[in-house]
Design a binder for this molecule. Structure first.
Ligand SMILES: *[C@@H]1O[C@H](CO)[C@@H](O)[C@H](O)[C@H]1NC(C)=O
Length: 397
């Protein structure tokens, strides 16, 4: 149905209208804008940026629900800003094809993002492959030359009621997906894939946002599978496969003196395979009023993970801007429940908390982590809490 250009099909439109009106009271007709009808070429060579911008302009200006349809094929795109507010809050973007970023990283340069949704309310993106073509920038960064920071593939800023389903993001220059300053975002069936040694290619980053849900997704990349920044509240992550990558991380928090906290995060039913970390909370070792509280890590399987359970409050890269200082971030009420598997290092549970703001309310329940078929070790500094059920390694709390 999405393939019809309905404006040119009045018969289809009126038949559909009858259908809609008979089933849903007062449902508005849906207009579909096919990017190819607006000049996009699925040939992997022609720049289709203008056609996408014009599809968005029409969709956003439509008083009724509207759909952008991207058929199969490869569409080369430069930076596209999907700017709101729009005239309707039921916009669909149905993608059967692949959107391809410029392979020359100097084109996006320091722009920050490639596909940016800003000030939108009610956008559903389904299907599609986003190819960030980041390999050139990764090579530049690993050669030690001076390179641009690179672009996030897909970013939502100051938006709400967003759904992303069955989307694949490949080889981003920087972060693959960013949710920043948003409310009510649901991602389901997302796949992220980039090389395990690609720099700064976090899978999904969430900050300053509430009611974000990430379900049934597969993430393999060179940095955090999911990173959670300041101001993330009521975040639910369930049924995720992570690895390679750096795990699921709350932080780095506490870089700034004044910072909004992280609260109400659930990470449930996640498998970490060969990752640097499993579930991590990380804060800068410097003053801050930030916090992380009411966090639940539940039903996790660790397969050969270097730091399966980690709180690190002494993050200070390059020993710059923090030596001799301690973290001001308060970490409290963090539960680790039903976490099993293998550690790739001897210390499987490490709570390295702040001497000024010790971690409190840390709960370990039914944890079993082994190292080389033996019990692994636990290490705790300034951490208080309880253990219940079978906990191995034990002796920490
Ligand atoms: C966190 O969850 C608690 C308990 O459900 C709720 O009272 C509180 O408002 C939530 N915090 C935020 C920032 O929404």
């Amino acid at each position: 149905m999405a393939k019809y250009h309905m404006r040119s099909c009045p018969l289809v439109l009126s038949l559909l209208s009858i259908l809609f009106y008979s089933s849903i009271v007062l449902a508005a007709p849906v207009t579909t804008y096919n990017v190819v009808s607006l000049g996009a070429k699925a040939d992997g060579g022609t720049d289709s940026t203008q056609a996408f911008i014009s599809a968005w302009t029409k969709t956003c200006a439509s008083a009724n629900p509207a759909i952008i349809y991207v058929p199969a094929g490869r569409f080369d795109l430069g930076k596209v800003v999907f700017n709101g507010p729009c005239m309707n809050s039921a916009i669909g973007i149905h993608i059967d094809g692949t959107l391809v970023a410029p392979s020359d990283y100097s084109v996006l340069g320091n722009d920050g993002n490639w596909l940016l949704f800003e000030h939108v309310d009610g956008v559903t993106i389904s299907g599609g492959i986003l190819d960030g073509q980041g390999a050139g920038l990764w090579d530049c960064k690993s050669s030690g030359k001076s390179c641009p920071s690179g672009a996030t593939t897909l970013e939502f800023t100051n938006s709400k009621n967003i759904v992303v389903s069955s989307l694949t993001s490949l080889n981003s220059q920087m972060f693959h997906i960013v949710v920043n300053g948003c409310q009510k975002v649901k991602m389901q069936g997302v796949t992220v894939a980039a090389s395990g040694d690609s720099p700064n290619t976090d899978g999904i980053h969430v900050q300053l946002s509430s009611d974000v849900t990430i379900l049934s997704s597969k993430i393999r990349t060179g940095d955090d599978c999911i990173s959670i920044g300041p101001g993330a509240t009521n975040l639910w992550i369930e049924n995720v496969a992570c690895g390679p990558g750096h795990g699921i991380s709350i932080g780095s928090l506490g870089k700034d003196l004044q910072e909004v906290g992280v609260e109400n995060v659930t990470v449930k039913t996640v498998t970490f395979t060969g990752t640097q970390n499993g579930v991590r909370i990380k804060t800068w070792g410097r003053p801050s009023n930030g916090f992380a509280r009411n966090i639940l890590f539940q039903h996790a399987i660790m397969v050969d993970v270097q730091n399966p359970i980690l709180i690190d409050q002494n993050y200070c890269p390059g020993n710059e801007g923090c030596p001799g200082q301690v973290s001001g971030v308060k970490i409290s009420d963090v539960t680790y429940q039903d976490i099993h598997g293998t550690s790739a290092t001897e210390v499987a549970v490490k709570f390295d908390c702040s001497s000024e703001n010790p971690c409190s309310g840390i709960r370990l329940e039914d944890v079993k982590l082994t190292y080389k078929n033996q019990a692994a070790q636990a290490s705790c500094t300034y951490a208080a809490g309880t253990s219940s059920g079978a906990v191995q390694p034990s002796g920490c709390l």
